[in-house]
Design a protein around this ligand. Sequence first.
Ligand SMILES: [Zn+2]
Ligand SMILES: [Zn+2]
Length: 97
Amino acid sequence: MGPLYSHAVNAAQHLIAAAFPCHCEQCASPLAHDEPVLCGACRELLMPLSAHQRCERCENPLPDGGECSCAKLTSFGMSRSLFTFDGPVADLVHRMK
Ligand SMILES: [Zn+2]
Ligand SMILES: [Zn+2]
């Protein structure tokens, strides 16, 4: 694979680029004039994914269909003790205010 080969590859890429001035970044299918970087099919695949696979609490990307690690943190950590007092303790808190 000398320089001749890469020249050939470059030429081929230029030909393809000329034949498809706009093509999808994802699947390289030609785009309609009003379509941005991705074709409709790829946008439909990508959009819901990026919207759903983020944690609602910390906005970190989620593992495949899994639950974010922050779910465990919140149920064991913080708020637990804040929300368990009711009854007499809650009355006390209310009277102190
Ligand atoms: Zn595409
Ligand atoms: Zn999270």
